[in-house]
Design a protein around this ligand. Sequence first.
Ligand code: ADP
Ligand code: ZN
Length: 716
Amino acid sequence: MTLKEEALGLLAKFYGYRSFRPGQYEVIEAVSGGRDAVVLLPTGGGKSLCYQMPALLARKGVAIVVSPLIALMQDQTTALVANGIPAAAIHSNQDEAYNRTVADAAFAGKLRLLYISPEGLLQNFDYWSRLDISLVAIDEAHCISQWGHDFRPDYTALSLIKERLPNVPVIALTATADRLTRDDIVQQLHLRDPYCLIGSFDRPNISLRAYSNPGAKQRMRFIADMSRKYPQDSGIAYCLSRAGAESTHKALTALGIRSACYHAGMSAGERDRSMRAFLNGSVQVVCATVAFGMGIDKSNIRWVVHNNLPGTIESYYQEIGRAGRDGLPAEAVLFYSYGDIVTLRSFAEDSGRTAVNLEKLARMEAYAEARVCRRRVLLSYFSEERDCDCGNCDICRNQPARFDGTILAQKALSAVMRTGGTAIGVFTLVNILRGQRRSDIVRAGYDTIRTFGAGADLSQPEWSDYISQMIQLGVFEIAYEDANHLRVTPFGMKILKGAAHIELSTHVPPQYNAKGRKGEKAVPEETNADPVHQLMEQLKTVRTDISRKEGKPAYTVFSDATLLDMATRRPTTLDEFLQVNGVGEKKAATYGKRFLSAIRKFEGLGAGTPAGTSLKETLILFNTGMGVGEIAATKHVSTDTIYNHLAQLIEQGLITTFGTIISRKEYEDIVNELKAHPDIAYDVLKERYRSGMVAIARAIGRTKGVLQPAKHTYLQ
Ligand code: ADP
Ligand code: ZN
């Protein structure tokens, strides 16, 4: 079997997926072959599989996963265990004894994945390095970089891993990193010739909108409308300040929306309560500051509203990326005002990295005020070239007046090239184009280049706007590490050579009053009358019941995408159920009956499960390595029933290894008794063994030809 076949087998068995997403397998192959890797995929892009699959393929040893947040570790381990993969976490929210049990299990080779915080790992590095380590995964790897937006000093010491364990592959994963941060991750972790997966950052299912300066009341009504539009699903309202989060929460409560607050001013306990309430669906909306959300893996977040402008495009993109992780349509709405910009500027000025942060803020402002496709603005920020509009943002749906801007772009490009390629920023470029004889320009000799004054017909605000659009479209990029100078991108070179062209939106002076851009109707009517939606709602109810009973978040049972596939395919047998995308063997066996029965009822079939389903469930659970007691508990039946199932499965030749069911001695004793005294054996045996064991031994004896396959009378 090739590595790929093996990986696909494990993917179907544990995750219920039939294929890898583009790029995933290549990373898995590289890491399994011992190579370091960097994985850059947007939130929901499928990063986890890139380290989980190599951990499974290794068949032995444990993968250490460094993760910055406890909530994130818990989510991941819950999801893994629900899929039948042995994983656990060590962290400070668990008591010492429990952490020790986890460590023992890791050292005994019983775990495939171990989640731990960077401090936890580094404080006892010698101890952990004695584990048989298959690989080290560094999640949220952008935290290592000062250029990133979420620098964590703890992360910088992780360079130790590669120094001390040079032969263990290290895989760094992040959803958010511009070009500079990426390079920094590789350097700081001392990765050697890493395999890089830079996936598309596009999340086409998230629609994008921005509104300037709406009033507070209007915003609250908007958020309330969003909650009503998606009554079964959740949303996040991000605010700049704690006070903002509190007042949003109050306003929503007054409008009858179940919401909770989440910000750094609350105690850890209060925050945890909000988080849990959000995850289990007992509140619909979280009103939060940026403190909320890293690692949130809740698949049915349908919308994210920003009440204020965020400070950087990285954090904005990461925050809206929490919506629509199931791939179904989701909405991102940004409200911003001049007041936000003033506040954020003062944050940036006090940050110690004023120049970089002001520039990043300027790019965020440009996004808010964009008059070209918003998705192109976001993607070009992450250096992703895109030459067509998305059709799923407010700009695309409501196109401003356009003109062919190729000649303007060529003038600007040529000026940048003639001043040395990376010597000037936007301000100087505008002055050159407009032919301003400022002293710095004359001193540098820029007044002698051919493009000096080539754009004198346009005003300073017009040029600033057009250059800003050119940056948004990916004609230039900004070199933060080099005084924010402009640099020509490959797309820019094509335009300069006449091999590509661009359209620009006609300049309109910016307005910060509400009349600027009128919103569309906030609440389009939803019609959910078709059968798929009806069944979907019923399946969600089944899921809610299970999640309440088991006390775990609904999405760890099945994601919305899985329920949708289920509602579309409408399986009525366990085999069909296993075909649903996102249904692995463990979950099919644990939850299959409940969902099948709802689907059969919906289809007008008998609500019960078809014959043989229960037997098959037992087989699947047995194959995942569960013991008889565990299987019985999972299925809420007696152990005798399970022994009976196992006996039938043995007779049908579906189970061929018996060591975990019955010991050799027990088997031999029972079979000898059955052979010697067929008439009274049962009475004798039932005093010494559970009847289940007798059934098992008899079944084995029959398949081996030791006992007669014919009907017996002594086991009535
Ligand atoms: P990330 O860590 O990049 O944010 P996840 O690893 O949590 O994303 O994956 C997001 C969702 O996509 C999860 O529900 C996951 O099960 C699903 N997923 C990942 N890989 C695949 C695949 N090959 N086929 C189908 N679904 C997948
Ligand atoms: Zn668009």
